[in-house]
Design a binder for this molecule. Structure first.
Ligand code: NAP
Length: 244
């Protein structure tokens, strides 16, 4: 089924990992996909994997001006934006007392302010057309907190409050906003985790495996499609049962 045929999607952080899997899955569903990352070259690598049309654009989501420019370019090249997936994210882990100001700021600027910048840039168009979906990639850590990730957990918890507020503001205009909260997914982001920490996390996953980027992409495709037209302001946890 190509339930997103003719739709235009923007996926931030689409050059690797979860974002790449989301871009490919939305392409398989029929959407034209704009792949966004700081590096255009890396975004192009995902573009080459897409089934349908698309484009690759360099944009630092922490920069509001770049986000408005990207929204305008996508609209000119691919058409009005139907779907925004805020997936770009970074970690700068450390215990609280050793966390540097710049580690706090970089994570909040990318993970939370980035979602604000892009959402504001596309919201007006969606409201005018009385239709649109915004899907924010959070984390189970935004629900539970995590020792050593005060900055990251705060950004992902903030994303939930942001999403619920956007969902309430835009519901009357037919625009839906939800969060997908992954558990432990095997990507560059988790590759550097020490063996001991991986083993401890593995023990906490009832389904007995780490997640794959495709597990998250499937949830995003569901929330983007017609089967989710009565769902807004929700957090869909995709973690193999780690957090219940
Ligand atoms: P990843 O492999 O490290 O990929 C991160 C992506 O974000 C890359 O495409 C990167 O591209 C892009 N990016 C980073 N900073 C950016 C910025 N300022 N502007 C634009 N793009 C930026 O991470 P991942 O594991 O796929 O994670 C994707 C999302 O899932 C993140 O929001 C993460 O917090 C969330 N998540 C991941 C896990 C997990 O276990 N992996 C669990 C829970 C939640 P460039 O470097 O080219 O910019």
């Amino acid at each position: 089924m190509r339930e997103l045929e003719g739709q235009v999607a923007v996926v931030t952080g689409g050059s690797r990992g979860i974002g790449r899997a989301i871009a490919c899955e939305l392409g398989r569903a029929g959407a034209s996909v704009a792949v966004i990352a700081r590096s255009e070259d890396r975004a192009r690598e995902t573009l080459a994997l897409l089934e349908g049309p698309g484009m690759a654009l360099a944009c630092d989501v922490a920069d509001p001006g770049q986000c408005s420019d990207v929204a305008a370019t996508v609209q000119d090249e691919l058409g009005a934006i139907d779907l925004l997936v805020n997936n770009a994210g970074i970690t700068r882990d450390n215990i609280l007392v050793r966390m540097k100001d710049e580690d706090w700021e970089a994570v909040l600027e990318t993970n939370l302010r980035g979602a604000f910048n892009t959402t504001r840039a596309v919201a007006r168009g969606m409201m005018k057309r009385r239709s649109g979906r915004i899907i924010n990639v959070g984390s189970v850590v935004g629900l539970t907190g995590n020792s050593g990730q005060a900055n990251y957990a705060a950004s992902k918890a903030g994303l939930i409050g942001f999403t619920k507020s956007v969902a309430q503001e835009l519901a009357g205009r037919g625009v839906l906003a939800n969060v997908v909260a992954p558990g432990f997914i095997e990507t560059d982001m988790t590759a550097s985790l020490p063996e001991e920490a991986r083993d401890a996390l593995f023990e906490r996953i009832p389904l007995g495996r780490f997640g794959k980027p495709e597990d998250i992409a499937g949830a995003v495709r569901f929330l983007a499609g017609p089967a989710a037209s009565y769902i807004t302001g929700q957090v869909l946890v995709v973690d193999g049962g780690m957090v219940m």
